[in-house]
Design a protein around this ligand. Structure first.
Ligand code: SAH
Ligand code: DHB
Ligand code: MG
Length: 233
């Protein structure tokens, strides 16, 4: 994110990470490999990765869909949170990013639990939806939307064809330094705004937003529960 990071945000992130997170050599190696390969530092932070893993475990998730792999840092934490026979399907448009991610996941011993599909997400999603509709693949328990923000509304539509009732959707970067409230914001802001309106208009969905500060700056997550019946007020 663009604006300055208050040094306290980083210090507090590191203070808690130091106490609450185990040493993570594979994660550290992945971040180093991403940097060496010139990938943008858009990975979730270690504490955010832990949050994703906790949500997966709280749901008892077996199948997770991630849209936007980058170097596989979030993927790695989601995959570790699944049972042995669980799977993360992760979609990445950039072959260079996907190559780095595949090497990172391999090195972490997680390749068998990750199905990394290279190509634009809109091109991979129909095939996934067909497999779920045909009963060839189980529906997803958890979806992490973290790719090109202008496509978020489209990703929501596909996601709703791919999940089980009771599934959770997490969308990253919905605050963007507060720019989300700018009606004349850029295409990413417009994507998040349209996504939010779509979520709000769908009676199956109950959502909230957590604004975050930390080593990644000022941003936030949307958390959405896919209800079986219209949401209670
Ligand atoms: N989830 C990752 C970060 C993802 S960054 C983590 O936390 O570690 C966003 C990624 O989405 C980038 O790698 C970018 O190449 C990818 N991306 C952008 N547009 C995409 C598209 N149309 N389809 C699939 N992936 C896309
Ligand atoms: C950007 C994208 C991300 O997914 C992220 O976590 C941070 C920044 C970006 O495009 O600027
Ligand atoms: Mg992100």
């Amino acid at each position: 994110m663009s604006s300055a990071i208050d040094p306290r945000w980083r210090d507090v992130d590191l203070w808690f990470a130091d106490r609450l997170l185990p040493p993570d050599p594979a994660g550290g190696a992945a971040l180093a490999a991403n940097q060496a390969a010139g990938l943008p530092a858009h990975d979730v932070s270690p504490l955010q990765a832990r949050m994703l893993a906790l949500i997966a475990r709280m749901l008892g998730a077996r199948r997770v869909l991630e849209i936007g792999t980058l170097g596989g840092y979030s993927t790695m934490h989601l995959a570790r949170a699944l049972p042995e026979d669980g799977q993360v399907v992760t979609l990445e448009a950039d072959p260079h990013h996907a190559g780095v991610a595949a090497a990172n996941l391999d090195r972490a011993g997680l390749a068998a639990r990750v199905d990394l599909r290279v190509g634009r997400a809109v091109d991979s999603l129909p095939e996934l939806a067909e497999a779920v509709a045909a009963g060839v693949a189980a529906p997803f328990d958890l979806v992490f939307i973290d790719a090109d923000k202008p496509s978020n509304p489209v990703y929501l539509d596909w996601t709703l064809t791919l999940v089980r009732p009771g599934a959770v959707i997490i969308a990253d970067n919905v605050v963007r330094d507060g720019r989300v409230t700018d009606a004349d914001g850029d295409a990413s802001v417009q994507g998040v705004r349209a996504f939010t309106d779509k979520v709000a208009a769908d009676p199956r969905l109950t959502a909230t937003v957590l604004q975050t500060v930390g080593m990644k700056g000022y941003d936030g997550f949307m958390m959405i529960l896919v209800d079986t019946a219209p949401a209670a007020p």
